[in-house]
Design a protein around this ligand. Structure first.
Ligand SMILES: O=C(O)CCC(=O)C(=O)O
Length: 285
């Protein structure tokens, strides 16, 4: 049976109704979900009161499930963690506009969250459409940036979060360099690759690099290019990590509980500024 797909934001966000992702996902449903991820960067599927294994299996529909973790302000024993703890300070990086793990040579192509516990107010997830950001840039700016590369670094996001006392974590990941304009492997569209991990644009003087990154962020996160997801329990939210920025909005971390399951979808190719060939596109249908 064809899935019911409601477009919420044109070519960016859709909601799928009337499906149940518990247990095995049959071939027909997998195919339809995969097709949906080629058109939409963000997909919402509500009312998925499913077990953890079924949730992780959803990532295998799009690619291969990668890192699994909880996004939460809770300790393992279920108590609310101290705002000064390392975990709480680290989690605050999610409040900065970012793409997931651009410090890897092959960053994930996507991620999914499934809401388990939610705060009484705030804690929405906001996402920005980087294909629309690229396509609405002025032509002279497009020409200026189309062959640039940028360097992404864990140290950069940690510094922005005010974490300066974690010398021992310094070499966990090496910096990675990627084209600033990349083609999204799922939709085939041109997109931008930058965010809170981006330390600088290669070969530009520091102040020019900073002001270009600030300009791209202002342009990409204008209200009309973003979607704000207000959570309900058991909402499943998927995003394409190669064509979005995202962040969590503030909530009361001291009094309210927030816990979402999270799974990444592994990438298979390095971000590339070459459009995919006809044959590559055909092979992924
Ligand atoms: O907690 C959220 O809403 C966003 C989580 C996030 O930024 C991430 O999983 O990378």
């Amino acid at each position: 049976m064809p899935i019911e797909l409601r477009e919420i934001r044109k070519d960016f966000v859709a909601e799928i109704d009337g499906i149940d992702l518990s247990g095995a996902i049959d071939k027909a449903l997998s195919n339809q979900l995969r097709q949906a991820t080629k058109k939409f960067a963000v997909i919402i599927i509500r009312n998925q009161d499913i077990d953890y294994e079924s949730f992780v299996r959803c990532a295998d529909v799009i690619g291969k499930a990668g890192r699994c973790q909880d996004i939460t302000n809770l300790n393992e024993d279920g108590t609310i963690r101290a705002p000064s703890s390392f975990e709480a300070r680290q989690a605050r990086g999610n409040a900065l506009w970012h793409t997931d793990m651009p410090v890897l040579e092959i960053p994930p192509v996507g991620a999914m969250l499934l809401a388990q516990e939610l705060p009484s107010a705030g804690g929405e997830t906001q996402l920005a459409d980087l294909c629309a950001a690229w396509s609405t840039l002025p032509a002279d700016l497009k020409r200026r940036i189309e062959n640039l590369t940028a360097v992404h670094d864990i140290e950069t996001i940690r510094r922005r979060m005010g974490i300066t006392d974690l010398e021992e974590l310094k070499s966990e990941y090496l910096p990675a360099e990627h084209p600033l304009v990349c083609y999204d492997p799922l939709s085939g569209k041109a997109s931008l690759l930058f965010g809170a991990h981006t330390s600088h644009i290669t070969n530009l003087p520091g102040d020019e690099s900073r002001s270009l990154l600030d300009e791209l962020l202002r342009h990409s996160t204008r209200e009309e290019l973003t979607y704000r997801h207000s959570w309900h329990r058991f909402d499943l939210l998927y995003w394409n990590n190669r064509r979005t920025l995202h962040r969590v909005l503030p909530y009361n971390e001291v009094s309210d509980r927030r816990r979402l399951w999270r799974v990444e979808v592994l990438g298979t190719d390095r971000p590339s500024n070459k459009p995919r060939s006809f044959w590559q596109r055909l092979a992924s249908i």
